[in-house]
Design a protein around this ligand. Structure first.
Ligand code: 8BR
Length: 456
């Protein structure tokens, strides 16, 4: 009953506060997601055409990237066989033509920055500046109407316009997403669960390409915002064939952070899982320049492998809440970052170097936004989030709450005073049969970050 009341209050508080946010910047990854729901007959025909034997060989010896049509189809079949999400980069022009001709059922804006632009600008109506590495018509039209802007040079002055008003003959950065349901069958290969295979035909976001307006006009862009959310760095590799490295990209990101800090713009880093350990280390080293970081259990564990120890990493992955709290404290000790927002299935935590009920209320609002998105698949108006108030609050998290109460005597209304820090805990709303859980992590982090700022 306590949480019911807190949820209702938090929603009203966030709804009132969001219009206070004057501007947010989202960088760097935006692309086109082209979704295709796989069809058994069509896929079998394509595999037969190219040679069933060659394709089946790929299933067992995955190249992890695509330079031929057999490799594309083999990748899809491997993903189906294992029921595993996979993403392979498409290196060949011939395969890119094949993908385009094969087509899609649906187009959506993709990339964390792109997706968050449609949420923060399109749904929350916060003036939003978004980085688009390229701005072709196909992508620009996927941005919803609303205060969403890209910077464009007019002579040497920067102007802010909706992406649809800045369409250029630039490249289409397409991520082809092949979805299959549980039990989907091609030949004798059957999917143990639903999942997707992604053929990534996007050379720009893979290297965190920054367009000229951001390289030359970043200071001017910064003057228009109070908040910034940085994402898309998880794809960086240690070396590139042309001799450049992730350092070259991170140096540019760092110079952007220096400007944001000079203008007192609060910045949030969305820490998506970063496969390369060197890059992951470098991202942790960059955290002191950010105000806030958002992550899930897999990502927090992967950081503990670097700055904590294997044991703690393992416990975080297994979901022990006290280990998660320890890990968050370790990360704050190590980086000095002011705010860490952790989300997992069933509850969220925020560790902050400041106090206030708005930290908890922002988490509650984020939980409602996540549940509304899980329910509806896509949000159109902020008022739709109110419907999530009727979704049941996770029962299992109430047990965790009792454990926290035992450990921390001063635990009250989801807030724990930790001398120089505050820990906020909220049990989340869980939608029983979600339409989709794609992009919910970004919804959670960005909703909490902007609404907390609006309420402060
Ligand atoms: P990540 O992809 O970053 O892990 O974010 C996914 C988040 O979505 C989870 O942490 C969880 O909180 C939330 N979520 C999932 Br998964 N399923 C959900 C559901 N059915 N209802 C509400 N939230 C959900």
């Amino acid at each position: 009953r306590l949480w019911k009341r807190l949820y209702v209050n938090a929603f009203e508080n966030a709804l009132n506060a969001i219009p206070n946010v004057k501007g947010v910047l989202l960088a760097y990854n935006t692309n086109i997601d082209a979704i295709k729901y796989l069809d058994k007959d069509d896929l079998e025909k394509r595999v037969t055409e190219i040679g069933k034997e060659k394709v089946f060989e790929i299933i067992e010896n995955p190249p992890e990237k695509i330079s031929s049509i057999e490799e594309l189809l083999g990748g899809i079949l491997r993903s189906i066989k294992l029921g595993k999400a996979m993403e392979w980069f498409v290196e060949s022009e011939e395969v890119r033509r094949y993908l385009r001709e094969w087509g899609w059922d649906e187009l959506r804006i993709g990339g964390q920055a792109g997706i968050m632009a449609n949420l923060l600008g399109g749904v929350y109506r916060i003036p939003t500046i978004v980085h688009v590495p390229q701005n072709p018509k196909l992508q620009a039209e996927l941005f919803v109407d609303g205060p969403i802007y890209v910077p464009v040079f007019e002579g040497n002055k920067l102007k802010l316009v909706h992406p649809k008003d800045a369409i250029a003959e630039e490249e289409e950065l397409i991520h082809y997403i092949y979805e299959f349901p549980r039990g989907f069958q091609v030949f004798d290969v059957q999917a143990p669960r639903e999942n997707r295979f992604i053929a990534n035909a996007d050379d720009y976001n893979a290297r965190v390409y920054m367009r000229r307006e951001f390289r030359e006009g970043f200071e001017e862009i910064t003057r228009n915002v109070e908040l910034a959310i940085i994402s898309g760095l998880q794809v960086l590799k240690e070396y590139y064939p042309d001799g450049t490295t992730y350092r070259d990209v991170l140096d540019r990101v760092e110079s952007h952070l220096n400007i944001l800090n000079r203008y007192n713009v609060k910045s949030h880093f969305e820490f998506a899982y970063t496969a390369n350990r060197r890059v992951r280390e470098a991202l942790v080293e960059l955290l002191p320049k950010f105000t806030s970081v958002g992550l899930n259990e897999v990502e927090l564990a992967s950081i503990m492998e670097i700055i904590g120890d294997e044991e703690l990493a393992k416990e975080v992955l297994e979901g022990h809440i006290f280990s998660v709290i320890d890990a968050m404290n370790v990360l704050m000790d190590e980086t000095g970052i002011e705010r860490i927002h952790f989300h997992t299935y069933g509850y969220y935590l925020a560790l902050t170097q400041y106090r206030g009920e708005e930290v908890r209320d922002a988490l509650l609002f984020a939980s409602l936004a996540a549940a509304a998105k899980a329910m509806k698949g896509n949000l159109e108006r902020i008022e739709q989030i109110r419907d999530a108030l009727s979704v049941p609050t996770n029962e299992r998290a109430i047990v965790l709450e009792e454990e926290l109460e035992k450990e921390f005597t001063e635990f009250e209304n989801g807030l724990i005073d930790m001398v120089d820090r505050q820990l906020a805990f909220v049990p989340t709303k869980i939608v029983a049969s979600p339409k989709s859980t794609v992009g919910i992590g970004d919804t959670i982090s960005s909703s909490a970050f902007v609404s907390e700022f609006g309420m402060r």
